[in-house]
Design a binder for this molecule. Structure first.
Ligand code: DGJ
Length: 702
């Protein structure tokens, strides 16, 4: 039995975690913060952070800690709910072992009535970055069902009394909502077989309303690509417990002897402020998550056929589209949905991954050759996890989809889900994709997933990772995008196989600015697809200038998703110029340090990326400003004493450029210090809605 008050310390270069034995079998988190001095007296730290007893509580209060258990008066949410046979099991977890070694703390609990073992690890994996993993095992062939199991339970440090979570819906994903944490429990859950658009897997905890950038904050990501359930519950003593569970199928998970069940990883990152947190997330993603990030070449400009042609495909039209794309400077042509057998709309064909001869009488090769002849590479849309009831695959294997024998097979977007935990279905899809990749020169797959999983057997997420892992090994040069209706399946467990996400189907630049602002809090620009869509936008109906659409799309992995033939010569010239600017600046945008630019006018969005001696910013006005002249745009983060040349790269927004005081100087460049740029800022005409400016900042050569 471990003595109450005993503590363990885990250090990284710039972070310390202190764990303490809080009561029988309870381990609490006594400190999570910047690195403590080596000589810190841990016993004093623990005691000075412990409250005395008050009226109306057990004499030995249970605090839950890292593995809350519903006993001895603990009223919070238990980490595990287990059934053995038909009975709710006791859940008497006993702490068997704990050790802290350098950057790692490991603890093991064993549940006495079932023999269930929980191994927990908290590991510092990078600057201010901690990964938490939980694994479960049973020794005996028992009859154990896990009703719920937590991937993370932790007391929230009391200084974090606000939470920003990101909920949304299709085409309006990642809406940041900040809540003061109080006695009302918060529950956020996804029930899609994928993280979907529900909140709970990307969180930021902070000590204010989230509008400022001057206090430390804790970012948390649940990496599972399946479902999650997140609870934030404050008890009467003001202690808040955060728990994240990886949700499985209803009815519980049966545990088999000697299987190790990994409950998914949770990443915790501690920032000095929101911008610092963002930078740490970007660094972590670049260093530890993305596949071989250091080997990536420049991120090619895409032309995607979806909002250009939708299902109206034929070889001649696609070749014309490709030629028009190349003329704009596009580098990759992506053939979206509609190319395979029987796919004339969204009601047929999924599963039949053979090229449709009616569209491509000689196969895909003539189109691919045409694309290559234009010096672009070729990408292809697939949705491998799905099957249309109207498909040869379904007619041949109606049982290969997720279904319940006793019920109907309800569809979503007219489709069902292939059960990839079946070896035969898995082999079929693997072979189909292998045939496509072996027989065609394909540089990129846009991997879509447009249906929730119902019924869900809880196994699909593991099968999909297995499939992606196999393909990545076989075709390491092929890039993969995780699409899922735009933003529906974004998680570190997907990103370890993917090179890009599709953040939203919504290409309307006004919507996009907000969506990108949320995603960039966690993910860097090089993996966030950002496309120039048509005007009017097919989803919102809003009309916007090409200049505005192009400036917004430049901040991301740029693409075009509209038909150049439908543009005026002027629009094509504006788009071409922005594509050239993107190429000129992508090394900065895709490798630099990100800054969110804050402006007193809430309708003004700004983002900047700094790399070495160069920085590029975009500032966009979405509404009609209150004053004729809005406050100057301040650019923090540059070196205060360095002199920079500051220009507004052309083309300029037409109407607003008439209001520049000294256009020649803006073109040739003002020379200003980093301090002047951060403190006073730039007077830019941002009165009109749908106006954006690019600001180029380059160190002045002496
Ligand atoms: C949903 C995606 O998000 C779109 O970009 C497009 O690929 C369609 N599916 C095609 O069906």
């Amino acid at each position: 039995m471990i003595e109450t008050g005993k503590s363990w310390r885990t250090d990284g270069d710039d972070i310390t975690l202190v764990f303490v034995a809080a009561g029988r079998d309870e381990i609490d988190l006594a400190y999570l913060g910047p690195r403590l001095p080596d000589g810190e007296d841990l016993s004093a730290l623990v005691r000075a952070g412990t409250f005395g007893l008050h009226e109306n509580e057990p004499d030995a209060p249970r605090i839950g800690g890292l593995l809350p258990q519903a006993h001895d008066g603990y009223r919070g949410r238990p980490a595990y709910q287990i059934r053995s046979g038909k009975r709710q099991a006791d859940c008497g977890f006993q702490l068997a072992h704990i050790q802290a070694n350098g950057p790692n703390m490991m603890a093991t609990w064993v549940e006495k009535s079932t023999g269930l073992q929980v191994d927990m690890s908290w590991e510092i994996v990078g600057p201010r970055t901690v990964e938490v993993t939980m694994e479960l095992m049973v020794d005996d062939e028992g009859d154990i069902l896990l009703d719920s199991a937590s991937s993370l339970s932790m007391p929230l440090p009391r200084r974090f009394n606000h939470m920003t979570a990101f909920s949304g819906r299709w085409a309006r994903e990642m809406q940041a909502k900040t809540t003061r944490i109080g006695p009302q429990a918060i529950e956020m859950r996804s029930a899609n077989g994928k993280p979907g658009f529900d909140a709970g897997n990307w969180l930021v905890f902070h000590g204010d309303d989230g509008q400022n950038n001057d206090a430390d904050c804790l970012g948390i990501h649940a990496s599972s690509c399946g479902d999650h359930m997140t609870h934030v519950v404050q008890d009467q003593d003001g202690r808040t417990c955060l728990s994240i569970e990886a949700l499985r199928q209803p009815g519980g998970i049966a545990l088999n002897a000697s299987d190790i069940t990994n409950l998914g990883q949770i990443t915790l990152i501690l920032g000095d402020n929101q911008d610092h947190l963002t930078q740490l997330f970007h660094d972590h993603v670049r260093t530890n998550v993305l596949p071989q990030r250091t080997d990536w070449g420049p991120r090619k400009v895409h032309l995607n056929s979806w909002e250009a042609l939708a299902f109206d495909l034929d070889e001649a039209k696609l070749k014309t589209l490709a030629s028009a794309a190349a003329d704009l400077g596009i580098e990759r042509f992506v053939l979206d949905d509609g190319w395979f057998k029987g796919r004339r709309g969204d009601d047929a064909g999924l599963g039949d991954w053979q090229v449709d001869e009616a569209i491509f009488p000689d196969g895909l090769t003539p189109l691919i050759d045409h694309v290559h002849g234009l010096d672009m590479d070729f990408g292809l849309w697939v949705e491998p996890e799905m099957v249309s009831p109207d498909s040869d695959l379904y007619r041949a294997h109606p049982d290969w989809c997720l279904h319940d024998d006793r019920a109907d097979r309800p569809t979503e977007r007219n489709q069902l889900v292939l059960d990839l935990s079946r070896e035969d279905a898995f082999a079929y899809i693997h072979d189909a994709l292998t045939a496509l990749l072996d027989n065609h020169d394909i540089a990129y797959l846009k991997w879509d997933h447009n249906r929730r999983l119902f019924p869900d057997n809880g196994l699909q997420q593991f099968a999909i990772q297995r499939l992606l892992g196999k393909l990545r090994q076989q075709y390491p040069a092929v890039e993969i995008e995780s699409c899922s209706s735009g933003g529906g399946r974004v998680s570190f467990s997907m990103l370890q196989y993917c090179h890009r996400i599709w953040p939203s189907d919504n290409n309307d630049p006004i919507e996009r600015l907000r969506i990108m602002e949320s995603w960039t809090r966690f993910l860097p620009f090089e993996i966030l697809g950002n496309h120039v869509g048509p005007s009017p936008n097919p989803i919102t109906g809003r009309r916007t200038d090409m200049d505005f659409r192009a400036k917004v799309a430049l901040f991301g992995h740029m693409g075009v998703e509209t038909n150049p033939a439908a543009m005026s010569e002027d629009e094509r010239a504006i788009l071409r110029a922005h594509i050239a600017l993107y190429k000129q600046w992508r090394d900065v945008l895709h490798g630099g340090a990100f800054r969110q630019l804050r402006h007193p006018e809430s309708s003004i969005y700004g983002q900047m990326v700094l790399s070495g001696q160069r920085a590029l910013a975009v500032v966009a006005q979405t509404a009609f400003a209150e004053n004729f002249n809005v406050a100057p745009v301040r650019l923090p983060g540059l070196d205060a004493d360095t002199l920079y040349s500051v220009t507004l790269p052309k083309p300029w927004p037409q109407k607003s450029s008439a209001y520049l005081a000294d256009p020649d100087a803006w073109e040739s460049g003002f020379v200003l210090s980093g301090r002047a740029l951060a403190e006073r800022g730039l007077a830019l005409p941002l009165t009109y809605p749908e106006t954006a400016w690019l600001i180029a900042i380059e160190e002045q050569k002496s």
